[in-house]
Design a protein around this ligand. Structure first.
Ligand code: SF4
Length: 259
């Protein structure tokens, strides 16, 4: 099915379902996806096979210069974004200059768009890197993915790179002391001879228990909105997402739903 790659370092502003008017920053190559997960629902497609990942990453100075140019222009037109979002063609925190780029972005935001939030959409696989963890503490919206409380479901759904351990990830997420939003994608799918469904009662019960352990300040739940590389991935109806949200709210969480 038709997936897509962002072909620029800075993209948008676009209207984001979850974040508002969002100016995107893509720290990954503009012609290839690079991620430590390989989610079956990824809008950027599956990870490239058979060819080396890691085409050219933008330099820190390129990101800073291009961001300054775009923020200046938007400001002159009185079109400041609501949010500057690190997303793009894979996992933004894999960029070796991520921490420095966050510092540059904070400075540019303060200068040209002081009302804009800075958000990072991440899959929580690099939290063990001290520079990354500290940089994430500086942003307004530190949004980390946990798609299930069961490692087996994460393996089926998100296909992590070798070395992933859910327990270690949870321990690191707890260290944010609440300065974190957990994002969870809900889907159903049939893939590789396995039925995947992270909306069952067993899944939701365990997911809420895990949230209680992580203690995030907010929870974002959503389902697919565009084409996915694995065709059998199915969108969850809004009514079902609302039911899941109701259960999480009853457990005391601030929940945002994007259908
Ligand atoms: S973590 Fe995000 S970018 Fe990486 S494969 Fe999953 S959906 Fe795609």
């Amino acid at each position: 099915m038709a997936t897509f790659l962002f072909d620029e370092i800075i993209f948008g502003p676009v209207i984001s379902r979850r974040l508002g008017v969002s100016l995107g920053i893509n720290l990954l190559p503009v012609d290839s996806k690079v991620c430590s997960f390989d989610c079956i629902y990824c809008e950027c497609g599956r990870n490239p096979k058979g060819k080396k990942q890691g085409n050219r990453l933008p330099e820190r100075s390129e990101v800073r210069d291009r961001l300054e140019e775009v923020l200046k222009e938007l400001h002159s037109k009185k079109r400041d974004p609501d949010v500057i979002t690190f997303a793009g063609n894979g996992e933004p925190t894999l960029h070796p200059g991520f921490a420095g780029i966050i510092d540059d972005t904070l400075a540019l935001r303060n200068q040209y768009a002081p009302g804009a939030r800075i958000a990072v959409l991440s899959n929580a696989t690099t939290l063990h890197r001290p520079g990354v963890f500290e940089a994430l503490l500086k942003v307004d919206d530190n949004i980390q993915k946990i798609d299930s409380a069961f490692e087996e479901t994460i393996r089926d759904m998100d296909c992590p790179a070798p070395g992933f351990q859910l327990r270690k990830t949870v321990e690191l997420l707890r260290k944010f002391n609440g300065k974190v939003t957990i994002q969870t994608m809900f889907i159903k799918a049939w893939y590789d001879g396995i039925t995947i469904d992270n909306t069952t009662d067993r899944e939701i019960e365990a997911w809420i228990t895990l949230l209680k352990e992580i203690k995030p300040s907010r929870v974002m739940i959503y389902t697919i909105a565009r084409d996915t590389p694995v065709e059998s991935v199915t969108k969850i109806p809004a009514s079902q997402l609302n039911e899941i949200a109701k259960k999480a709210k009853a457990a005391g969480f601030d929940v945002q739903v994007s259908g």
